[in-house]
Ligand binder design. Sequence first.
Ligand code: UGY
Ligand code: MN
Length: 248
Amino acid sequence: MEISALTRSVVKSNHAVIAPDGYINSNVPGWTNCTVNVIINEAMGAKLCQTLVTAKADCTLVGTTKESQIFFYIISGGAEATVDGKTKTLAIGQFVYVPIGTKYAFSDILEGTQILTFHKVYEHLEGYSAPEVLFGDAATIPGPSYLGDDALRLQVLLPDELSFDMAVNIFTYDSGGHLPMVETHIMEHGLIYLQGQGVYMLDHQWYPIKKGDSIWMAPYCQQWFTAMGKEPAVYIYYKNVNRFPTVM
Ligand code: UGY
Ligand code: MN
C-alpha cells in the first residue's frame, strides 16, 4: 500500500527537490485551460522562477513580459507561438526566448502538452542592448563532451553573448557518468529532468532523482550528480551568467 505521508521532495534554505507528487496548481492570469505548477520562485529564496504548464483542451498562454524575460521549452506535445509578431510551430525540444517588454501568445496547444518556463528579472548591461526574440530547436544544437569526458554532453541553447544574463543548457549523462568534481559556485540553478535517473548530492545530502523531478540550487549550494539505470539521464537547467558579481 502506498503511504501518502511519504515524498522524495525536500525544501531547504539552499536547495529543493520537487517531485511531481506534491504539485498543487496555481492560476496564472492570461494562462487559461491549463494547470500551472510553480516549482521554483522567490518565495523559496530563489532569484528565478520555474514553472511547468500542462495544457488542457483549448489552452492558451497570452501575456506581455515586463522586467522578466521568459524562456519557454516544449517538453511534450506541441503548440503555435507568436512572439513580437513572429509565429512558429513548436514541437518537442523546441523553444522560444521572450525578452523583456514583449508580447507573446501560445495557441493551438495540443491537449497534454507540457511547457517548461524559466523567468528572470533582466539585468541591463551598459553598452549592450537587451536580447531579441529567439526561436530554437535543441535537436540542432551540438552537444560536445563536457570537460573532456565523453560520458557527459552539454548543449547550450542560448547564445554565449554578454547581452544575455541567463543561460539554459541541456546536460546528458550516460549511465555511470558523473560530474567531474563537486561544484561550488556563485551561479544559481533551476532544472527539470527530461529523462533517466541518478543520484544528486546537494549540500552534502544525497537524493535519488528521476524523470519529472525538479531541483533548485541556491548560489554556493554544493552539487554533484551521477546517472544510473538503463538510459542516459538528461536535465535542462537555468543558470545566471555574465553580470558583475558584487555590489561592493
Ligand atoms: O553549468 C553548471 O554549473 C553545471 N555543470 N551544473 C550542474 O549541472 N549542476
Ligand atoms: Mn553548476
